[in-house]
Design a protein around this ligand. Sequence first.
Ligand code: DC
Length: 232
Amino acid sequence: MSNPIITIAIDGYSSSGKSTMAKVLAKKIGYRYIDSGAMYRAVTLYAMRNGMVSTDHVVDCNALRAALPNIKIDFNVCEDGQHTMLNNEDVEKEIRQLDVSNNVSQVAVIPAIRHALVAMQQAFGIEKGIVMDGRDIGTTVFPNAELKIFVNASAETRAMRRHKELLEKGQQTTYEEVLANVMTRDHIDETREESPLRCAEDAIVLDNSTMTINEQDAWLIDRFNETIAKHK
Ligand code: DC
């Protein structure tokens, strides 16, 4: 009997390593991977480019809501992985910059933006066979996902990993700056009214603070195999 095709939701705090593990799993099992955070980042970049975000991170919600029909987000599979496309422009690099990170939570609290992006995410997953990571995938986007994972690690561990990543990409920031960004985003993500970051009741929790990447990949493939066996 062939394996059932399932939906996999991976949620967790920013820089918890969930995207890394989601990408590896998707590749290994031949599923499509969607980074839902990249979609919020792309909308944020659009807002910043079009003068809808002030220097003190206040977003013009009405203008952004009105602009929604002009924002098209997609993903292109490239040799070095998946690239986020904003209105057919490759913005993969730009959406990872700290200035976008500093505004994205403010954009992600806007209900109209969340509704539009959740609908797009559900459309990506209509045929299952998808691994999606984010904050509300197991709770709001795919509440019926067969496998739900919630990833956590301490704020300090996450900031350290993110800082290293940014330095490797040639972006000059301090550890303190990154830690402040991680903590601010945690707070906004956890306390927003519309789909706050929270663990779905039926999610499996993983604290990967002391795990290597290989260990967490192996852990995830075990959870996948268990789920597949259960649904056969
Ligand atoms: O995973 P990330 O750091 O790239 O996500 C960027 C921001 O988008 C994060 O601060 C919270 C928000 N986000 C969200 O609200 N819901 C999602 N499903 C994914 C991300």
